[in-house]
Write a protein of this length. Sequence first.
Length: 469
Amino acid sequence: MTASPKSNTANQMWGGRFAEGPDAIMTAINASIGFDRRLYAQDIAGSRAHAAMLAATGILSSSDAEAIGEGLLTVLSEIEAGNFNFRIDLEDIHMNVEARLRDLIGPTAGRLHTARSRNDQVAVDFRLWVRDQCDAAINGLTALMQAFVGQAEAGADWVMPGFTHLQTAQPVTWGHHMMAYVEMFARDRARFEDARRRMNECPLGAAALAGTSFPIDRHATAKALGFDRPTANSLDSVSDRDFALEFLSASSICAMHLSRFAEELVIWSSAQFRFVRLSDKWTTGSSIMPQKKNPDAAELLRAKIGRILGATVALFTVMKGLPLTYSKDMQEDKEQVFDAADTLMLGLAAMTGMVSDMTANRDSLAASASSGFSTATDLADWLVRELGLPFREAHHVTGTLVAMAEASARDLPDLTLDEMKSVHDGIRPDVFDVLGVENSIRSRVSYGGTAPEQVRAQVARWKNLLGLD
Ligand code: ARG
């Protein structure tokens, strides 16, 4: 390695001005190589695009650019083969790669940094990485939605209790409940698609903050790296981490959705509910209680939101109040995003597995659907429709009948016609038609309602959108 002209302990990248090297603790707090090594592929891709552009614009000779390009490929293969010595004294991935390039091709390596700064370099590397994670989230969400659609299709007309306040409200269908999650995860997917579109502008060429006096071609590097266009303001380019915040925000909402279904799985798989059976693949046993099958994966998914939302709050806190443009504070962006992305992808895969493998207990669902006076609303609606009662009065009559049934530990269909007539003498025998859960779900035919025909229409729509038919 080339020694710095002034001192061999000072940094080789800026040793000209420095007589001494950093304190060991300074090295420890300053270095990011421990985590930003994950950006190596993006860093090398960015450098290769930059070098090719420097040659195309005549800023660099084509032989130098070629040596740099090939050297970078060697560095890439060394890292991928696990033969790369990451050095903490070289601080970050950018300087580790460049220093190794210098070992390989000599001082020509120093020409790569023409018309560039680590500020635009890290901005482009990190955008490329987050962009890939958006794609991974979009794919993971698609697979999860497909799993929910599969469950919905199988049980489009299976009755189950619908809840508000976790109290039995009205009968719904299993398929309808599954499709609710398809809608939620579809919004998540759209958020990642939207964020990806917005982040797909290339900051490379903003240089340190003000642009450069070299005749660079930012459109060429943007195109080479798959961006839609270069960013339009150099100051914004190096100080913006909105793309990371948007990714984290979308991840947080998605993790919140995962936690909600995770909670339902925990409840539903309990001996008290028995709505679903989770497969052995997604549960654990107890070392002391042989009967147990614990929904650990679901419980962990219920908890993972804490990490992802924590990362989101952490990065918002880092960015809040930072003056333009780049500040070293921003180096704190990466670990948060790395951890949140890893957590989200693992969570999506685990939930997809659980949903695909779970078995709904149709009998338990049906038995539970018909208890808890779940058709009380149907009775009230019948009183309005058939007897012309104002809804408030119908509600009152129904409430009286529910109290009567409850007092004798019966359900609404178990009351006799005479008992009903004692509350409202207009009630006729055909009232019993609406007190069964099957009739109840079949009657909810409004658009987006729980009737099997509505559910099947939504299943068909989503199968088409998800490429399942
Ligand atoms: N490691 C730095 C980061 O992650 C790279 C950019 C450093 N730029 C600088 N001017 N020190 O943000």
